[in-house]
Ligand binder design. Structure first.
Ligand code: CP3
Length: 340
């Protein structure tokens, strides 16, 4: 397979016209997504229906001709097959029952492979339908981020506060992180066997943690996951997105564990280019709310990013996912600016 511009950039090549994809590129801001989701009946039905999940994975590629598709699934499908019950209440976000703060749960890997088999089928369909110059990105949540949902049973404003669970129940917490680490390694390897060309680890809740805690429970597991993947699939790039890790993003960069790092909305691109670019490829950074705004503000921020990273290995993306009220025409304008 000829290597796509996206794969070449995450592997460190400087490409003049920057490749582009977006976090949450398939989702509620697109009318075609809402139509397919309605057909599926619910978000989880959509995740486990390979034909429909492949359809929504490919919708943003058809609409915007992006360089990469990201598998349509969710980071919380893993705990769903490890012993908790997952549901999405409309307007309230995810629920995992029972929450580990309320009740200890026996975590098991037995049901993972069978439970996640439909996701592998989605990958096979997508890879069959995508042209060779388009990459398919697989993903998983990083252990700490997934653990915050498992511990609390839901998303909260300050997930870093769940470190108190680690302080109060160190044995349970260490076991939880290490179970998630090994489950994630298997899950990502299976995604690669099914056909994804790169994988991204989402550490969405790296902010607000003590430096040593972040080293032990975010960077450490992410690095071991990346190394385990590299040991079997040395050519498959691993991207990590440690959102909100602040200056510690540099520790991710110099660790040598990752091919590329996703920059959060809060990252200064000038700092990133000076401190990180000599160590890894970079991706992302544009404030997703500027795409809601559109117009001159969005264009100026995008142009600044393109200017700053012009001579570096860089993949255009956001600093977090699209929000549901993003106007699709602003996305089209952004893509055409990147393509100029
Ligand atoms: O990025 C993509 O387009 C690929 C698919 C994808 C989804 N979730 C689909 C989704 C990916 C990569 C994710 C990752 C994910 N899921 C993360 C890490 C990235 C991030 O955003 O920080 C997290 C924390 C989750 C957990 C999760 N799933 C939350 C908090 C929610 C939001 C609940 C809500 O109602 O807003 C989801 C649901 C979800 N996952 C949706 C999508 C498109 C919305 C579902 C819908 O109602 O149609």
């Amino acid at each position: 397979m000829t290597q796509s511009a996206f794969i070449r950039a995450v592997k460190g090549e400087v490409i003049r016209q920057k490749p582009v994809w977006f976090m949450r590129q398939a989702g509620r801001y697109l009318p075609e997504y809402r139509a397919t989701r309605a057909k599926a009946g619910s978000f989880l039905n959509l995740c486990f229906n390979p034909e429909l999940a492949a359809e929504v994975t490919l919708q943003p590629i058809d609409r915007y001709d992006l360089d990469a598709a990201i598998l349509f699934a969710d980071i919380l499908l893993l705990p769903m097959f490890m012993g908790q019950e997952l549901s999405f209440e409309t307007g309230e976000g995810p629920r995992l029952k029972p929450a580990l703060i309320d009740e200890p749960v026996h975590l098991s890997h037995d049901r993972l492979e069978k439970g996640l088999a439909p996701i592998m089928e989605t990958i096979r369909i997508c890879r069959r339908e995508l042209s060779e110059d388009k990459a398919l990105i697989g993903f998983a949540g990083a252990p700490w981020t997934v653990a915050t949902y498992m511990i609390g049973g839901r998303g909260i404003k300050d997930p870093a506060s769940f470190r108190s669970y680690a302080y109060e129940q160190p044995g349970n917490f260490d076991a939880l992180i290490s179970e998630l680490e090994s489950a994630t390694i298997n899950y990502l390897k299976n995604q690669i066997r099914a056909g994804v060309n790169a994988v991204q680890l989402f550490e969405s809740w790296a902010s607000g943690l003590p430096a040593d805690f972040l080293r032990s429970y975010c960077l450490g597991p992410a690095c071991r996951i990346a190394n385990a993947i590299k040991a079997e699939f040395p050519d498959v790039p691993v991207i990590v997105f440690p959102k909100g890790a602040g200056y510690q993003v540099k520790e991710y960069a110099v660790s040598g564990c990752f091919d590329a790092i996703g920059l959060g909305t809060e990252s200064d691109p000038v700092w990133a280019v000076e401190e990180l670019s000599e160590h890894v490829a970079l991706q992302g950074g544009l404030d997703p709310l500027l795409v809601v705004q559109g117009g001159e503000k969005m264009r100026a921020a995008a142009e600044k990013i393109l200017f700053v990273f012009a001579e570096k290995p860089y993949v255009f993306n956001l600093g977090h996912g699209f929000v549901p009220h993003t106007p699709p025409e602003n996305v089209a304008e952004l893509v055409s600016l990147i393509r100029q």
